[in-house]
Design a protein around this ligand. Structure first.
Ligand SMILES: Nc1ncnc2c1ncn2[C@@H]1O[C@H](COP(=O)(O)OP(=O)(O)O)[C@@H](O)[C@H]1O
Ligand SMILES: [Mg+2]
Length: 249
């Protein structure tokens, strides 16, 4: 679905992503691994339009998407979560869900004037969808709580549910299990597996090797901004370049 060609991004003297060319094949879950600072988050930022590339091209389902803004990429079908969650702490779970969907008719002043009925209908539908998604991620009992009262893992679930409001066909998860307890890791993995069975496609940055091996059909490995390997989990585990990058030997 996603393809990049010669993608590069530097920050001052640091080449965060360097001439990266890769194509996500037909796997429901693709992994992206690499040591700290190897450019994984930058790659996600480039794909989702949060930062522009210096060079290179990005395609989604054959359509060029580099140069699009984040909300345009989201409307196009790719949503993402962040390494550090970005829920709005002083809004409730429900409110966090309802600020999400792009292309709401009510946002355009003209349609406020012309079509109040459509807006009310859309609001009702959004609320219904939000409730369903909150339920899907297991946060129904917390829907009226401020997001700041949620555990870190619950905030990650909320962020994921919020992304789903945009009806994506592809979800990018940046370290979905980092900093959360083992039970919550299970919950998140089960949720990803369930959504995969419904046909959702994932691209996941993940440090936890057990998670990667269990979930992914294919893995890309970055080191110093460069793709150093790709393959099936078992091949990657035994790849000397990967072992070297991780262990520094
Ligand atoms: N906005 C930024 N400004 C300056 N340097 C950045 C920025 N984002 C990332 N970097 C640098 O780019 C490199 C890759 O970072 P990152 O993509 O976050 O790596 P990873 O997610 O693999 O840990 C690091 O050296 C990091 O310090
Ligand atoms: Mg990162």
């Amino acid at each position: 679905m996603i393809e990049t060609r010669g993608l590069s991004k530097s920050f001052g003297g640091i080449q965060a992503v360097s001439n990266c060319t890769f194509a996500l094949k037909d796997h429901a879950i693709t992994g992206l691994i690499g040591p700290n600072g190897s450019g994984k988050t930058t790659l996600f930022n480039l794909i989702t339009g949060f930062i522009p590339p210096d060079r290179g091209e990005i395609y989604f389902k054959g359509k060029r998407i580099d140069g699009l803004l984040p909300h345009e990429v989201a409307i196009g079908g790719i949503v993402r979560t962040f390494q550090i969650t970005r829920v709005l702490p002083r809004m409730t779970v429900m409110e966090n869900m309802l600020i999400a969907p792009p292309r709401q008719t009510g946002e355009k002043f003209r349609s406020l004037w012309f079509n109040p009925k459509t807006i009310r209908k859309e609001e009702r539908e959004n609320r219904k969808k939000a409730l369903e998604l909150i339920d899907l991620v297991g946060l129904s009992h917390l829907k009226d709580q401020f997001a700041q009262n949620l555990s870190y893992g619950q905030q990650k679930l909320l962020e994921l549910a919020r992304g789903l409001m945009a009806n994506p066909s592809m979800i990018l998860l940046d370290e979905p299990t980092a900093g959360i307890n083992p039970i919550m890791i299970r919950t998140i993995m089960e949720l990803i597996t369930k959504m995969k069975e419904w046909g959702m496609v994932f691209f996941i940055i993940e440090h936890n090797m057990d998670v990667i091996i269990e979930l992914c059909g294919w893995i890309f490995v970055l080191d110093n901004g460069e793709k150093i390997a790709e393959g099936r989990p078992k091949e990657i585990q035994n790849n000397p370049r990967v072992i070297e990058a991780y262990l520094g030997i």
